[in-house]
Design a protein around this ligand. Structure first.
Ligand SMILES: Cc1cc2nc3c(=O)[nH]c(=O)nc-3n(C[C@H](O)[C@H](O)[C@H](O)COP(=O)(O)OP(=O)(O)OC[C@H]3O[C@@H](n4cnc5c(N)ncnc54)[C@H](O)[C@@H]3O)c2cc1C
Length: 371
């Protein structure tokens, strides 16, 4: 985000502003205590071969999130704007001094003329945004892609995982931990005909299970490759499991054996998966990198007897497209087209998306009327 808004301090100010506005609608609760024992944590993880990175983490209740989004929508419509829900934008084309936006709403086609368009299609719109980028000639740069596996285990395996950080962020080699959910759940979502997952935890969730991802960062040498990478991954997953994630016991993974169904109940918070070998979702070179990262993570940080209770689920993937070249106002290289949130390709996360929207609106509308 700093490369867009100009500096780390501008990012910080923007995130603070976003947090203030967000928490007018949704109660957020800070997790972990900043600065307490951070040096001790840094040197402990350093000795183990991990770089520990700290930032303040907030959590929320899922019901609060939905009702907060509803209140935001109400406030937007009360201000006189019209909002078309359950509508899909199918095309954006230059027209006169602006753009013609075509959308489908409950089977009916609608057209709008707009001087400016702000694209906020998230990861679900990555194919649409990539196509639009080509048609409108928006400049992009190569992006990295994060790919890997989510681990799930009973919270008792690592009960103080949140002692120093609510979302323990460890960097090692080209790998990193991502989205640690203590007492959380695996959160499936559908994309491109396959079921992928993230993790979620919140003040209203006490599952007794902890999950986190170990992701390997693939370099950004291949411009335009990320979308193809996702397609390859989806094809492999459809072939292996019909499109649901693969689950493998940690012990089987370390012994290089696929996991087979067993008679005993092996509880998980994931609703849909098939036993197998997680390596099957990835191309061989990527599978080797993920294996190396996982082995170094589990052997250095998990207790030896954890093998029996840790499950691996794959694939997890982030950053599905290239990065758009954006100015401070989140305007693309085509005047009048702005891009915010996950589909910029630069960052991910609710607050980051929210902050980019506010920054874009402040620039477009002129700061006067925008909180
Ligand atoms: C399962 C899951 C759990 C997550 N948990 C967290 C978390 O706990 N904390 C966190 O910070 N982040 C979390 N994330 C990431 C977070 O959801 C995103 O980073 C954030 O929502 C991005 O906001 P956005 O507005 O860019 O996109 P989105 O929130 O994805 O919104 C984009 C919207 O645009 C719609 N859209 C796409 N194409 C079109 C089109 N052509 N026409 C009309 N509409 C379109 C999509 O359907 C979607 O509703 C999670 C993600 C997932 C998938």
């Amino acid at each position: 985000m700093a490369s867009i808004v100009g500096s780390e301090s501008a990012v910080h100010d923007g995130m603070e502003r976003a947090l203030r506005l967000f928490s007018e609608f949704i109660q957020v609760v800070p997790v972990g205590v900043a600065d307490k024992g951070l040096e001790e944590a840094r040197s402990w993880y350093d000795q183990k071969g991990f770089h520990f990175r700290y930032y303040q983490v907030y959590t929320y209740g899922h019901r609060d999130l939905v009702s907060g989004y509803e209140r935001m929508l109400l406030e937007i419509t009360k201000s006189g704007l019209s909002v078309h829900v359950a509508s899909t934008v199918t095309d954006i084309a230059p027209q006169d001094a602006g753009f013609r936006v075509t959308a489908l709403s409950r089977g009916d086609e609608m057209c709008f003329h707009a001087q400016r368009v702000i694209l906020a299609c998230g990861r679900y719109g990555h194919v649409f945004v990539a196509r639009l980028g080509k048609v409108l000639g928006l400049r992009t740069e190569a992006n990295h892609c994060d790919i890997g596996v989510r681990l799930e285990f009973p919270t008792s395996v690592w009960p103080d995982i949140d002692r120093h950080h609510g979302d323990l962020k460890l960097l090692f080699g080209n790998a990193r931990t991502f989205c640690v959910c203590k007492d959380g759940r695996l959160a499936p979502y559908k994309l491109g005909g396959v079921l992928l997952m993230e993790g979620r935890s919140g003040i209203d969730s006490q599952s007794g299970f902890t999950n986190l991802a170990v992701l390997v960062r693939l370099g950004n040498g291949n411009h335009g490759r990320n979308g193809a990478l996702f397609e390859e991954l989806a094809t492999r997953l459809k072939r292996e499991t019909g499109g649901v994630p693969i689950r493998q016991r940690l012990g089987d993974f370390l012994a290089r054996m696929p996991s087979l169904p067993s008679a005993s109940d092996e509880p998980t918070t994931m609703p849909l998966w098939k036993w197998g070998s997680i390596a099957q979702c990835f191309a061989p070179a990527e599978a080797a990198g993920i294996r190396e990262a996982l082995v170094s993570f589990v052997t250095r940080l998990l207790p030896e007897n954890a093998c029996k209770t840790v499950s691996l689920f794959a694939p997890e993937i982030d950053h599905l497209g290239d990065k758009f070249v954006l100015q401070q106002s989140f305007e693309s290289t085509r005047p009048g087209i702005h891009i915010i949130g996950d589909c910029t390709g630069h960052f991910r996360g609710i607050l980051q998306a929210f902050s980019s929207g506010i920054e874009c609106a402040r620039n477009v509308a002129g700061a006067a009327d925008v909180r």
